[in-house]
Design a protein around this ligand. Structure first.
Ligand SMILES: [Zn+2]
Length: 199
């Protein structure tokens, strides 16, 4: 029987982490439009097992997820499956923004997804070096014929949703992305819901 949690708002440039049981659904909801959420996935049974974009791209033979696609771990296990995608724009090529990345651009002490994921996942025993790859929901990353990568404003609008069903017990880090460049010039809030399935 599905049990929906209340909608939780993540403040701009912040993060959190949730536990999902197999069968639970995680929904990301854009509450203002044009905002990205980075998701970091770990198997609750073994935290060394995590989302592997390279494996996922290999199996899908695409760099964008569609409804029905699964995210794979580095051990080729399915972690979660996309069940709803109102926008059809997401990214799994780029790493979460980090303080070191901003420092390279001369922006020191900038809030970042990596720092927010680190703070949120610490209580589950997941350290900063384990946070390598994320699924970046609503992020518009394009690759041209020469391989050049560019970031465009997220096309998501108010109320757009992206949903995944857990294929095993998971720990998931979630951020309201902290990069102005990624979020059409302004970092905004984003919301999430967990719909639990209990037999
Ligand atoms: Zn970010």
């Amino acid at each position: 029987m599905p049990v929906s949690s209340p909608t939780t708002l993540l403040a701009p440039q912040s993060g959190t982490a949730v536990q999902l049981h197999r069968g639970d659904t995680l929904a990301i909801i854009d509450t203002t439009g044009g905002q990205v959420a980075d998701l970091a996935f770990f198997s609750a049974a073994d935290l060394l097992e995590s989302f592997a974009p390279g494996r996922t791209i290999d199996y899908l033979e695409r760099i964008k997820l569609r409804v029905g696609d699964s995210l794979y771990s580095q051990r080729s296990n399915e972690l979660a499956t996309v069940t709803r995608d109102d926008v059809g724009v997401n990214d799994m090529l780029l790493a979460p923004c980090s303080q070191a990345m901003f420092a390279k651009r001369g922006e020191f002490g900038h809030a970042s997804c990596h720092a927010n994921l680190t703070a949120s996942l610490a209580s589950f025993g997941i350290g900063p070096h384990a946070i390598v790859a994320t699924l970046n929901v609503f992020m518009d990353v394009r690759v041209d014929a020469d391989g050049r990568v560019t970031i465009h404003p997220p096309p998501s609008r108010v109320g757009d949703r992206f949903e995944l069903r857990a294929q095993r017990d998971l720990i998931v880090g979630i951020t309201a992305c902290s990069s102005e460049l990624t979020n059409a010039g302004q970092c905004k809030a984003i919301a999430y819901e967990v719909v639990a399935h209990r037999d």
